[in-house]
Design a binder for this molecule. Structure first.
Ligand SMILES: [Fe+2]
Length: 476
């Protein structure tokens, strides 16, 4: 069965489909029929619209959800800054002041677990580009938490969509639209503005987040691949409506707004949505269901064939953010150097490892819970050990990545690294380049002189037609 073998059993129900129009009611009859905002919604519920795109966004991009809830979201005290000197997921709202743009290849040792903080305080911006106030760009985070969020707390980000890549532990997420369980090898997307509360039923958690400041994730185009493969539409799972009834407790709603933390108080639970319908909702996906494709002749295609989700810029085919995975897969290409080739790209590549060993880096420096960043035009590729092995390997069909899942956040933007990512975390490997690529030895052997048989004998002038010193492109 193409799905992950999870240590923890699923405990919630979901609705299947990517960008599918869903409707769900926890109480029969709670969804109005036909109308969105009847004069009196069923059972005395309030109707509230949550817009994930402008009202007038083209129909194929438009994402809105109607919520039918016990009390509307607006009933709360003013938001006040919280931990204003310590909460820093977008330094001072002036990212270029504290974000370092450097051309070096970077690699990080595994990031530490931290049992002292909850989800909200576990977020560390490690790298990013753009600015959430302009709804441009993306942020890349490491999270490590060990405590449940307070029983009467909810959190949302006004800055963007969270794509959560869990590396360790278990996330039990209560959202306005229902409950989601996230296990390692599953990803979860929580769009901008949706409130949620995270508990940790198995203790400490750790992982990575891509926050998309602009637009929303979509599935990549399939082009000549056809109508299936890669991440299939039916494998994305949205929660079913699930609500609490609590209009007498003190609740704190925490909000990440322009990178800073704010808090408002209210006397009712935000998880009071009895029914909802629409296109704007959180969802999860098991990376084990990814239908990987590849070469069955020679060479290998660009790694864009491993794209799970993408968020396009205004330029078609050029992504602000791609989420790409390197799952277990068969390599069968003949007369081919099978690991990735050496390359320099206009895109920037931030990689992480959920578990196992990434097949392009077998030297031991790229470990689960670690990361690497190959920025715009930074040269990289297999380390010397991997190159040596792959150049001499017997090219029989072989399976790589067994028990492993590496991933990449790729962006067309130049990515800057925060103070935390570069210094405070103390995980940067100083010798990354020296260990990986400086050991590469020259292998070039100049061939002996060749006889040029198609010259006309007039080769007495260098560079002229028929110059026998010029070696043509041999096509024997
Ligand atoms: Fe790369």
């Amino acid at each position: 069965m193409p799905s992950s073998e999870f240590a923890h059993k699923e405990k919630y129900r979901y609705m299947n489909g990517f960008n599918s129009y869903h409707e769900s009611e926890a109480v029969e009859g709670a969804l109005p029929i036909g109308a969105n905002s009847p004069q009196k919604p069923p059972y005395g519920l309030y109707a509230e619209k949550l817009s994930g795109t402008a009202f007038t966004a083209p129909r194929h991009e438009n994402q809105q959800t109607w919520l039918y809830r016990i009390l509307p979201s607006c009933g709360h005290s003013n938001f006040e800054p919280r931990e204003s000197s310590t909460y820093n997921t977008n330094p001072e709202n002036k990212p270029y002041e504290k974000i370092h743009h450097i051309p070096n290849q970077l690699r990080w040792d595994p990031f530490d677990l931290d049992e002292t903080v909850d989800w909200v305080h576990s977020l560390h911006l490690v790298a990013g580009a753009g600015d959430p106030t302009m709804k441009t760009g993306l942020g890349m985070y490491i999270f490590a938490a060990g405590k449940d969020m307070d029983a009467h707390e909810a959190f949302y980000s006004a800055d963007g969509d969270f794509l959560i890549v869990l590396q360790h532990g278990l996330l039990d997420i209560q959202t306005e639209m229902g409950r989601i369980l996230v296990r390692p090898n599953e990803i979860c997307v929580i769009p901008r503005g949706i409130k949620y509360r995270v508990t940790l039923p198995q203790g400490p958690v750790r992982g990575y987040i891509l926050e998309l400041y602009q637009g929303h994730f979509t599935l990549p185009e399939l082009g000549p691949i056809g109508s299936n493969c890669l991440a299939n539409v039916r494998d994305f799972q949205a929660p079913v409506a699930d609500f609490d009834e609590d209009t007498s407790s003190d609740w704190h709603v925490l909000c990440k707004f322009a990178g800073h933390l704010f808090q408002a108080k209210q006397s009712h639970t935000p998880f009071d949505v009895v029914a909802w319908h629409g296109l704007y909702y959180p969802y999860k996906y098991d990376l084990g269901r990814f239908n990987t494709i590849g070469s069955v002749s020679f060479d290998h295609p660009d790694p864009s064939i491993y794209t799970v989700l993408t968020a396009q810029s205004d330029h078609p085919g050029t992504a602000i953010a791609d989420f790409v995975i390197f799952p277990p897969r068969w390599l069968v290409a003949e007369d081919t150097f099978r690991p990735p080739w050496y390359h320099r790209n206009t895109m920037s590549e931030f990689m992480g490892l959920i578990h196992g060993q990434y097949d392009a880096k077998t030297g031991g420096g790229f470990q689960p819970a670690g990361a690497s960043l190959h920025n715009v035009m930074a040269g990289h590729g297999p380390d010397a050990t991997t190159h040596e092995k792959a150049s001499n390997a017997e090219l029989k069909p072989s399976k790589v990545g067994e028990g492993s899942m590496a991933f990449m956040f790729e962006s067309c933007l130049m990515v800057g690294v925060t103070d935390w990512g570069l210094k405070t975390c103390k995980k940067v490997q100083e010798g990354y380049n020296a260990e990986s690529w400086e050991p590469l030895k020259p292998r070039f052997k100049r061939p002996g002189p060749k006889t040029v048989e198609n010259g006309d004998g007039a080769g007495d002038k260098e560079g002229a037609l028929g110059d026998k010193k010029q070696v043509p492109h041999w096509t024997s």
